[in-house]
Design a protein around this ligand. Sequence first.
Ligand code: ATP
Length: 236
Amino acid sequence: MTGPLLQTHALRAHYGDFQALFGVDIALSQGETVAIIGANGAGKTTLLRSIAGVLRNEPGAVRFDGADIGALAADAVVKLGLTMVPEGRRLFPSLSVEENLLIGAQGRKAPGYWTLKTVYALFPILAEKRRVPGTSLSGGQQQMVAIGRALMSNPRVLLCDELSLGLAPVVIRDIYAALPQIRDSGASVIVVEQDIGQAMKVADRVYCLMEGRVTLSGPPADLSRDAIHDAYFGTA
Ligand code: ATP
């Protein structure tokens, strides 16, 4: 395949009369990790929801592996291999850690690197806690379950929404330490992140959103602190 694995083109999104995205173009190549940064309300989650088929898109606005997937519903998008780790983890409260993980394999039955065994190797604490309710775990451990559940679908693209939300720095470090292994398994990754430093560390390329528009993009090494500050907060 030539060209990006995943691409949005002039993507717009609305909630009723409110427009949240105004023509967003992003691209993700096979094997790449891309970070989407931006302040509260910039439209980061909306962008992920549009890609994941949770929001309805215009024809041609989202292309994956050469096909227009903009009109597909969320379950069909998961079957193609794009799986979201939602903001706030959203574990099933009555289910154990292991049952939560197994649910992830239901949406897309794709044999691949990720199984219970490899998820437990990635996050050993989950193997110890496999029988306890997922929601009885700490925030960081619940985030591990949410990531593991998404990996169980052997995604081609993992869409991660604010992995660091509400977590202590040491826990964030542990969560982000998993990303290189996820990428080595063959998945391409989009991470939405308010923590600019964290995004810069993991990403091959970064897009900054402000008020529903891309204000800056490029490899972290090419982006100056001042340029990021202006793109993130706007110039005074
Ligand atoms: P955060 O970091 O707070 O999650 P974000 O960059 O992910 O911010 P979005 O959640 O995508 O931003 O929100 C973009 C805009 O769309 C905001 O102005 C928000 O208030 C609005 N919005 C988001 N969800 C809805 C909704 N369900 N109904 C109406 N407006 C919404």
